[in-house]
Design a protein around this ligand. Sequence first.
Ligand SMILES: Nc1ncnc2c1ncn2[C@@H]1O[C@H](COP(=O)(O)OP(=O)(O)OP(=O)(O)O)[C@@H](O)[C@H]1O
Length: 273
Amino acid sequence: MVNIASLKQRDKNEGIAERIEEKDVSLSVEDLSIYYGQNQAVKGISFEIEKNKVTALIGPSGCGKSTFLRSVNRMNDLIPIARSEGKIMYEDINILGKDINVVSLRKEIGMVFQKPNPFPKSIYNNITHALKYSGIKGKKNLDSVVEESLRKAALWDEVKDRLHESALSLSGGQQQRLCIARTLAMKPRILLLDEPSSALDPISNAKIEELIVNLKKEYTIVIVTHNMQQASRISDKTAFFLNGDLVEYAETDKIFTNPSVKKTEEYISGRFG
Ligand SMILES: Nc1ncnc2c1ncn2[C@@H]1O[C@H](COP(=O)(O)OP(=O)(O)OP(=O)(O)O)[C@@H](O)[C@H]1O
């Protein structure tokens, strides 16, 4: 079983970690195909996701965006008929390798879903729940991780006086920021966001967008969105998917002002999808 943390230690010993740190690439996708039984949902795509940038995945419904996103932290493992070919390299480790420790991978690469899904526990316990399994103990330590995570998720000021109330008493937008805080508490390097604000009101949406832009200083962010304005406002790079193919991948400004492929232009101008 390959444990990501131990690999990093090995890399550090061999001086590889420092060299990797200098690279701008966070994930390198190499000829990736994903199938559900006979249906090929992702068709041999290759691209590199850059560190400390926001990468938006856009495209019409059913084109493979979520399938790709889920494969990055091995959530597709939970679907018996799903299988993949090709590689997703993360710090010189193939995420799709059979010997990857998926639990440690998911700490490094956290995921937040479309619908806020806090545990039916207190705000505080939502954050500490998984920490206990990763060996962080003691009230002082836990308190400090709770505060740090909630601050990073821009939620601390709104909840600091009600940490022991149920997370379900929060608004939808606050619940989603709590889910982001819960993911940040695991100290990930990469955040995968699957339409994180599409179920929220415009003000909550604006808060999530502002949060994403702030978080990219510390994290690499990959976001699936159907909202073209959102992709153009917050992302640095945009990948346009269509029928499982990666049709175009470029700087967001280029995709939205001067795309190279006609299909991209048709999609972003609302002519289909
Ligand atoms: N759990 C699953 N089992 C079988 N097929 C699936 C499963 N999830 C997705 N698919 C199929 O894979 C293809 C890609 O779906 P996917 O959800 O990745 O698209 P998407 O671009 O994220 O769509 P949306 O924007 O609607 O979320 C579709 O043909 C879909 O029916």
